[in-house]
Ligand binder design. Structure first.
Ligand code: GTP
Ligand code: MG
Length: 204
């Protein structure tokens, strides 16, 4: 898919204030610093469309980016960021939870996982929560450039095994990416293209 346009539309903490056009959207979620904002920039080939930082906790709001005039990418804050206060953590959980539960336009959540690490409880629990709430999701493994090919393969295998030994009978669709080395771009965009086609066919 060719990205002809990618524009920031709005930031907020209230799902009711998100754009109300009936267009399909894809949300990026995962631990702080996993590379959600960087991935949005890689996919859109816009260096600083979404704000990134080496320090966790950069993205604080629900950010809508309109792509090619007819679908949205949504950048979200990370979960599991220890330095925010308990109160702001609670508020965060509430508006993010609200977003996932109430947002009818959401057609797929991309759960980002840093491929260097062992499967983390917080990610596995979040995926289970998505499943319980009937929210479709894919896994995007990030920072693939940080591992050698053999190790990368082993880590992906371990992760999928962990999922299959838990609540999942079938492994979710997954992608291996590196925003700094431009890996996985076509795969993710082709997937989005396919889901968009289904969305617009069903609507017409
Ligand atoms: P929050 O908004 O704080 O939740 O973080 P985020 O998930 O949006 O992460 P962000 O995109 O800001 O990236 C965090 C750090 O990881 C930055 O220093 C990025 O340059 C780095 N990073 C992101 N993706 C990659 C990648 O694919 N490879 C490498 N080597 N570094 C990456
Ligand atoms: Mg971010």
């Amino acid at each position: 898919m060719h990205i002809k346009s990618a524009n920031f539309v709005i930031s907020n903490t209230d799902v009711a204030k998100c754009p109300n056009e009936p267009l399909p959207e894809y949300a990026f979620i995962g631990r702080s610093n996993v590379g959600k904002s960087s991935l949005i920039n890689m996919l859109t080939e816009r260096k600083s469309l979404a704000k990134t930082s080496g320090r966790p906790g950069k993205t604080q709001l629900i950010n809508h980016f309109k792509i090619n005039g007819n679908w949205f990418l949504v950048d979200l804050p990370g979960y599991g960021y220890a330095r925010v206060s308990k109160k702001s953590k609670k508020t965060f959980q509430k508006y993010i939870t609200d977003y996932f539960v109430k947002r009818e336009q959401l057609v797929c959540a991309f759960v980002l996982v840093d491929i260097r690490h062992e499967p983390q409880k917080i990610d596995l629990q979040f995926m289970e929560w998505l499943g319980e709430n009937g929210i479709p999701f894919c896994i995007i493994f990030t920072k693939a450039d940080k591992l050698r090919p053999k190790a990368l393969e082993r880590h992906v295998e371990t992760y999928i095994k962990e999922l299959l030994s838990g609540v999942w009978e079938e492994a979710p669709h997954y992608f291996v990416t590196s925003s700094s080395k431009n890996v996985g771009r076509d795969e993710v965009l082709d997937y989005i293209d396919g889901v968009n086609d289904t969305f617009f066919e069903n609507r017409s």
